[in-house]
Design a protein around this ligand. Structure first.
Ligand SMILES: O=C(CO)COP(=O)(O)O
Length: 140
């Protein structure tokens, strides 16, 4: 996958983002993949990042909170080639005031062909794949 492109040259950068009703799910995912995520560079929107850092003890570079422009900041980093994988647990049941920013980030993933998981099952698949890639890189 495209994320593997950069994984061999440097540690992969993973962006973590979750809407409020998905905060518990992102913390659970971060706990589940903690050994992998510890070997990655992590970016996150503000509240998500603080929560993951506090609850799981991972080092996270926090952007602004999503509604204040954090999704756009991650989109800019991604467009500059600095993000390898995005986990964006969106809440499909709650309208968001910054819907255009959310769409812009998901669009940036499509424009730059960066894997983007928007639910927990797909996040697990992508993170497992990254895990396998990083184990392969460690073996070679
Ligand atoms: O709103 C978000 C993503 O669109 C998430 O932002 P926070 O992590 O700051 O809650």
């Amino acid at each position: 996958m495209p994320g593997a492109r950069a994984a061999s040259a440097r540690e992969p950068t993973v962006a973590l983002i979750a809407h409020d009703r998905k905060k518990g799910a992102i913390v659970a995912l971060a706990r589940e993949f903690e050994p992998l995520l510890r070997r990655c560079r992590l970016l996150a929107t503000g509240t998500t990042g603080s929560l993951v850092a506090h609850e799981v003890g991972l080092a996270v570079e926090c952007m602004l909170s999503g509604p204040m422009g954090g999704d756009l900041q991650i989109g800019a980093r991604l467009s500059a080639g600095e993000v390898d994988l995005v986990v964006f647990l969106r809440d499909p049941m709650t309208p968001q005031p910054h819907e255009p920013d959310i769409n812009a980030l998901v669009r940036a993933c499509d424009v730059h062909d960066i894997p983007c998981a928007t639910n927990e099952s797909s996040a697990r698949m992508l993170l497992r794949s990254l895990e396998r890639d990083s184990e392969g890189a460690a073996d070679s």
